[in-house]
Write a protein that binds this ligand. Structure first.
Ligand code: NAP
Length: 325
């Protein structure tokens, strides 16, 4: 798609708004970082846009924007999210003509791979069990398991899942992964499609969820899929809370079918204090911190994508709104 505004071709770029949720405290810092990454552009906070700016702008950079703000931009063609996950944006925008680009940043993938490795090692080296022993003043070494004997399976082999797989392989683990289309990643046992999910789950000691939340993945981890894991398996969810059916997870932990779960994401965040996960002895709870966007590297990625669009009219890869990711 070519930029349609003649101002672009004549070298005078239309302004690019940064549009975030009304209560978002980091908006000013984003405007500064994005402006520094693309000095030839004019980055403006949505509130600071003139009526003329609003009429002219074709591309916006967004962080969970209010859809009503986007509707004030009649020429808007595409939006670039500064988050990797765009599930909320897809739902908020509904049936939209806008093209949506999400953040794909190697730094973010590295950060997530580090988190997956850290919390896999936490489970692999029995840290939850040792914490319980310490609380009861029990001095007892548990049997050592080599990483080569531990089977880690990834749900999702996208930008984040593939980086996580590589770091787990380097640490010596047996690694499997599941996606919609079969992947070919050296050293990873790749499964694909709904039929092969139970096969992979049956061969899993630690399951790591890195799927997007879509109509297909909502409640994917439920009584039936959790039952397909071997007794004593553990789970890490770094993707989205609603991929897990909470009541079924609670039952699987209470029955001892699952040994432990590390949860970073929840359907409602912050997790309300009344929720069972806060107190459950087999839950390690994190405040959605596994892979924060790095404002500096993300701004460079966004700037590169916008610069290419300005020069060639070619949009970066956009998400498939129907598919949900
Ligand atoms: P991505 O590159 O789009 O990869 C998604 C992967 O999931 C792909 O391998 C895809 O399969 C697979 N998948 C999607 N639907 C599926 C289905 N129905 N059955 C089987 N496989 C399916 O996404 P990403 O960049 O890796 O990010 C994944 C998610 O991580 C984001 O959507 C976000 O929710 C979450 N996230 C969390 C944090 C955090 O701090 N906790 C930070 C960033 C992102 P195909 O390859 O076959 O399409």
């Amino acid at each position: 798609m070519k930029p349609s505004n003649s101002a672009v071709t004549s070298g005078i770029s239309t302004p690019i708004p940064f549009i975030a949720a009304a209560n978002y405290a980091q908006a000013g810092a984003w405007v500064n970082a994005l402006q520094a990454a693309m000095p030839a552009e004019r980055i403006v906070a949505f509130d600071a846009m003139s009526d003329e700016d609003k009429l002219a702008c074709q591309v916006a950079i967004v962080a969970n924007p209010n859809p009503a703000d986007l509707q004030q931009l009649p020429q808007l063609e595409w939006i670039h999210s500064v988050w990797a996950g765009v599930e909320r944006l897809v739902v908020d925008l509904g049936d939209t003509h806008l093209k949506i680009v999400r953040l794909v940043d190697p730094q973010l993938a590295n950060t997530m791979a580090e988190a997956v490795l850290a919390w896999t090692l936490y489970l692999h080296r029995d840290m939850p069990a040792y914490a319980k022993q310490q609380a009861q003043q029990i001095w007892q070494a548990l049997d050592y398991v080599r990483p080569q004997q531990r089977r880690i399976s990834l749900l999702g082999l996208g930008a984040l899942g593939e980086a996580a797989a590589v770091s787990l392989l380097r640490a010596g683990f047996q690694v499997a992964g599941w996606s919609r289309h079969r992947k070919a990643i050296d050293g990873v046992n790749c499964f694909a499609g709904a039929d092969e999910l139970p096969v992979m789950l049956a061969q899993t000691d630690i399951l790591v969820c890195l799927l997007p939340l879509t109509p297909d993945t909502r409640s994917l981890l439920n009584a039936s899929t959790l039952a397909a894991l071997p007794k004593g398996a553990s789970l890490i969810n770094f993707a989205r809370g609603a991929i897990i059916n909470d009541a079924d997870l609670h039952a699987a932990l209470d029955s001892g079918h699952l040994a432990h779960v590390v949860l970073d994401v929840f359907e409602v965040e912050p997790l309300p204090v009344s929720q069972w996960q806060w107190q459950h002895p087999s839950v390690t709870l994190l405040p959605h911190c596994s892979a924060p966007t790095d404002r500096q590297t993300a701004s460079q990625i966004v700037a590169g994508n916008i610069l290419r669009y300005r020069q060639s009219g070619v949009l970066p890869l956009t998400i498939d709104v129907q598919r949900g990711y």
